[in-house]
Design a protein around this ligand. Sequence first.
Ligand SMILES: Nc1nc2c(ncn2[C@@H]2O[C@H](COP(=O)(O)OP(=O)(O)OP(=O)(O)O)[C@@H](O)[C@H]2O)c(=O)[nH]1
Ligand SMILES: [Mg+2]
Length: 264
Amino acid sequence: MSGTEAGGYPGVGRVVVVIPTYNEADNVRLITGRVRAAVPDVDILIADDNSPDGTGAIADELAAADPNIHVLHRKGKEGLGAAYIAGFGWAREHGYDAVVEMDADGSHAPEQLSLLLDALKDADGVIGSRWVSGGSVVNWPLRREILSRGANIYTRMAMGMPVKDATGGYRAYRMELLEKIDLGSVASAGYCFQVDITRRAHRAGFKLTEVPIRFAEREHGVSKMSGNIVGEALWRVTVWGAQDRTAAVKRLFTGKRAGAEQWP
Ligand SMILES: Nc1nc2c(ncn2[C@@H]2O[C@H](COP(=O)(O)OP(=O)(O)OP(=O)(O)O)[C@@H](O)[C@H]2O)c(=O)[nH]1
Ligand SMILES: [Mg+2]
């Protein structure tokens, strides 16, 4: 049962904000408090990977005190993508109409959540974007900005998607989109999970909108970003780009429509 059973977010329906956590003990109270204050019409699911710092126990306390907050305890650290897929499954089982992705570290401002949800009234998926006009990053080291901008330029060039922030992780999806894109076959673990979902949604013909957001560097806790995560994104995007281009050439000869291929 959840607190948004009646009503939900106007024009969207019942919404759950999935917040994956790994060692976010200093952030989990703050972020849930900010979400509840900013948009009281939505529920929260904390998807914790058995964090050694006790984030899961704090999440349980928060859930015990607020019927709009829920916790999904997972066995161990399996990466952001796996935590989200489990969270999306939970949301589907619990009858939600839409799901939001939000980091626990405060980089995604809950105060901007209504911008995403308002845009979702007229779209199947919304990406909070740092790299569209009006979007910004605050307190980010130059190397992170270069990495993110470069990753997005490379992704656009390799895959030909008209999305400026395909790696961004502040998003809202309608459940129909998630049901259609075969989440079971998503293997991407890190950042490229976001690219993977974007690509599937784009190919399935869903309407994706980008809204400008203000992205702030985390103030507490430690980043889980790693060279492995960057490496995974680089090789997967390169392979997807090559596959998409090959498929496009094949289509020229066979006359088959785009999107008819199986996911690789
Ligand atoms: N459940 C779960 N959550 C994770 C895992 N890895 C990262 N997260 C969470 O995913 C969110 C984003 O992770 P961050 O470490 O902030 O990574 P990032 O935002 O890509 O990198 P920074 O910009 O350096 O902060 C945070 O809420 C993390 O706690 C994981 O393996 N399991
Ligand atoms: Mg972060």
